[in-house]
Design a protein around this ligand. Structure first.
Ligand SMILES: Cc1cc2nc3c(=O)[nH]c(=O)nc-3n(C[C@H](O)[C@H](O)[C@H](O)COP(=O)(O)O)c2cc1C
Length: 150
């Protein structure tokens, strides 16, 4: 059985990374063992090795994922045999409501994970540029959901 928690971020200007590190610190303080990886360096198939994943991803261009993480997004979208039924996950999507495709890459990763059979720990949260309060609320709900999982 898969075990453990991974926190993945996809970023251009560092916000998602900063939140991923803050989430890891808070969760470790509550006794969780949490790995943090840049989605740019993480093969999507490795998600099979974990019981839970938190994904903090921003949207760039015109509704695109951060370019560094393009392979991760493409693998998640394009790998029909990827089986993630043992994975529980939560997505925090970063974006700006100034753009037409608000938080599009967060929506994309959320839908792709569900398509591969993974279960949502909670519904996706979409954050505008002032994301601190939304992040803290999301993290509180993540902690409750992880507690129920163990
Ligand atoms: C050039 C540019 C393009 C962007 N495109 C989008 C977009 O299409 N949709 C969206 O929701 N946010 C968009 N954003 C907003 C970013 O997603 C937002 O600032 C986010 O917090 C950046 O997070 P990061 O530092 O982790 O990359 C864009 C920002 C910039 C500067």
């Amino acid at each position: 059985m898969p075990s453990g928690l991974v926190i993945l971020y996809a970023t251009v200007s560092g916000n998602a990374e900063q939140l991923a590190l803050a989430a890891a610190q808070a969760l470790r303080a509550h006794g969780h063992v949490a790995e943090v990886h840049n989605a740019a360096d993480f093969p999507a198939a490795r998600l099979r090795e974990y019981r839970a994943a938190l994904l903090i991803v921003s949207t760039w261009g015109e509704g695109e994922p951060p370019p560094d993480a393009a392979d991760f997004f493409a693998a998640l979208e394009g790998e029909p045999s990827l089986e993630l039924r043992n994975l529980n996950y939560a997505v925090l999507a970063l974006g700006s409501s100034m753009y037409r495709d608000f938080c599009a890459s967060g929506r994309r990763v959320d839908e792709d994970l569900a398509r591969h059979g993974a279960r949502r720990l909670l519904d996706r949260v979409e954050c505008d540029t002032k994301f601190k309060a939304d992040f803290e609320r999301w993290l509180g709900r993540v902690q409750e959901a992880l507690q129920k999982l163990s």
